[in-house]
Design a protein around this ligand. Structure first.
Ligand SMILES: Nc1ncnc2c1ncn2[C@@H]1O[C@H](COP(=O)(O)OP(=O)(O)OP(=O)(O)O)[C@@H](O)[C@H]1O
Length: 268
């Protein structure tokens, strides 16, 4: 069923424009803007620009009646949607991950508010304080650290190696793991629902070219793991003692103590 005919909004030269055309252009513009934000900094942006160039070349060759060229390009365009999903698999995955996790978080906070579920947070509070104290000590001492926190997601396919601990979180344990003399200090600690699952784990490193050049491997690994799976990552820089936070492929550098508390409350 076609949309009901509405009066013309205006004309551009000979082109009649109605309200549906205006919505059409606004929605497509918004989608392209989000696509650009999602792809910015990754090599997928270059591929995307290449595909757009290919599409416009096809339109131009067809309009000019250059049949052979337009037929060849048409073959590429035919496989369009499926090949786009294959090429942009990491980006599509990241997009769905962010969409899904923000929807779940919104839904959870709605139900928690509705049912007055405050106990869960109160139960979390002592551990948040313990982890916060450990992070601040590590930062003060300029001891490098990398901690991945997961609540729902199972990151075992992307986080490899390490030593299984499966221990309750404690100030002493966290500080000892990252002590420079500790055999477990190299790599990341994985925390799941406020238990230390493993230490010395290896994370996938991000290839995002948008990250500042000064960002080293520890920070890139934090960004990398959050690009692939719904986890949050805290980083303590050995060089500067600053605490940073990565989530959904984005890096927040040098967070304040207040922000640290807020993030631990949300993601620990
Ligand atoms: N893929 C990885 N997975 C887990 N840990 C890693 C990974 N890559 C590096 N690290 C950790 O980061 C340390 C090296 O950090 P590097 O100095 O390169 O990074 P950085 O981001 O500059 O951090 P800093 O500010 O602490 O120096 C390694 O010793 C190791 O413990």
């Amino acid at each position: 069923m076609s949309a009901p005919a509405l009066p013309l909004a205006f004309r551009i030269g000979f082109l009649p424009v109605d309200i549906w055309d205006v919505f059409d252009v606004l929605i497509v513009g918004y989608l392209i803007y989000w696509l650009y934000r999602l792809l910015r900094g990754s090599i997928a942006l270059n591929i995307f620009v290449g595909i757009v160039a290919l599409f416009f070349s096809y339109l131009a060759f067809t309009a000019l009646g250059m049949d052979l060229l337009s037929n060849i390009l048409n073959q590429f365009i035919q496989v369009g949607f499926i090949s786009l999903i294959i090429i942009f698999q990491p980006e599509v995955r990241r997009f769905l991950l962010l969409l899904g996790s923000s929807t779940i978080k919104q839904r959870d906070s709605f139900w928690n508010r509705l049912l007055g579920r405050e106990e869960f947070d109160r139960e979390k509070a002592p551990q948040t304080a313990v982890v916060r104290r450990a992070f601040l000590r590590l930062a003060r001492q300029r001891t490098g650290a990398l901690i991945v926190c997961t609540q729902e997601a199972d990151p075992s396919t992307v986080i490899t190696g390490g030593t299984e601990l499966n221990a309750d979180i404690s100030y002493g344990l966290l500080v000892s793991i990252f002590h420079k003399e500790s055999p477990l200090h190299d790599g990341a600690v994985l925390v799941s629902n406020r238990r230390i699952i493993k230490a010395s784990a290896i994370l996938p490193v991000s290839e995002n070219s948008d990250l500042p050049a000064a960002v080293g491997l520890r920070h890139r690994a934090a960004v990398g793991v959050t690009e692939k799976v719904d986890v949050a990552c805290f980083i303590i820089s050995e060089e500067t003692g600053k605490i940073s936070f990565a989530y959904g492929g984005a890096l927040e550098r040098g967070i304040s103590e207040e922000r640290l508390t807020e993030l631990l409350d949300m993601y620990l």
